[in-house]
Design a protein around this ligand. Sequence first.
Ligand code: SF4
Length: 55
Amino acid sequence: MDKTNRNHSIMCSVDACKHHCDNAEYCALSQIQVGTHEQAPKDKKCTDCESFTLS
Ligand code: SF4
C-alpha cells in the first residue's frame, strides 16, 4: 500500500492506523468500511471505521 497516497475523499486523524497517510491527515486507502457497534446508533461516537488496523 502506498502510504503517501492522500485520498481527499477520506479525511482522517487516526495516526495509529496502519492505513493513515504518512504526511497528511488523510486515509491512504481508496475506500473504507464504516459501521457501528451499537444496535441503535444515536451519535457519531457510535460509528466506527471498520477498516482500522493497528499500525
Ligand atoms: S482505515 Fe479508517 S482509521 Fe485507518 S486511516 Fe483510513 S479512515 Fe482512518
